[in-house]
Design a protein around this ligand. Sequence first.
Ligand code: DAH
Length: 339
Amino acid sequence: MLSNLAEIEQEIRSFSVNGKDELENFRLKYLSRNGLLTQLFEELKNASKEEKPLVGKKLNEVKRLAESIYNDAKAVRDQSESSGTDIDLTLPGRNFSVGTEHLISQTLAEMVRIFREIGFKVTDGPELEEEFYNFDALNTPEHHPARDMQDTFYVQNKFDKDKKYVLRTHTSPVQIRTMMSTKPPLRIISPGKVFRNETVTFKNYFMFHQLEGLYVDKNVSIRDLKGVLSYFFKKFYGEKTKTRFIPSFFPFTEPSGQVDVSCFICGGKGCKTCKDTGWLEIGGCGMVDPNVFKSVGYDPEEYTGYAFGVGIERIAMMKYGIKDIRTFYQNDLRFLDQF
Ligand code: DAH
């Protein structure tokens, strides 16, 4: 009987008046002569000696609760009826929470905005990519040691034996797709998801985002590349930001570089985030390798170009002081709500 009562109490507590008839139904159900509570008082006679005082006490409590809920609701009802409206102005307002855009989407949108202002167009490519675009056409044939730089998710293809598929390991294949379908000159950026078979840690995740850039025209030089990236990072991180380029290697660019920006946290003095170097590594870049131009049918004697690829999670982590890449994808509102 006690557990039955607890259930009834729950029901009563969660009662709220919406329609006209609900109040009367409530009264009939619990408080009237044939109502549930009256019945339970009847049944009290049959309860055991030990149970009786306990149940009796609880029953009285629940009855008082039902009466007070009924009386309060009725008073409000009467008042709104006498004022000629169905709207109860005394009820508290309802809160509803508003979602926000994910921090990665916000960061991407900001980056795209800055590049568009200086004439870059946004292009797109598939996440399930042919090996040809992801590697071969980017001057990375099979067995080329540079394929080991990226841990690839290979995807079985039972339908078309000529094609091999991967989850794209970088956004660079969009360079190839765009050049194959467009005549030079061109100036594009391409943001999107990439995938790598990495052990998940605070700094690595099996999926992340990159933004690719490509500029092809006559007489494009490495100065243009440096100018555009320096401009971009000043706009993005603030006017004091410095950019530096360190020689590196990528099969699809020659020469290739690593792009660093002065640490956003300490302003270049040296801190924990930049491991006391004052610099943070943000991506790769370089002048498009003539072999890449050949694979898309551009004449490398006539055209030159630069390309770059930067990691969005890294860029956002540095801007907002986020220490663990996994927090982006755990969908914890305590994290997501902050941005
Ligand atoms: N695709 C490279 C990576 O994911 C980054 C990169 C380096 C992109 C140099 C470029 C480039 O366009 O020119 O590691």
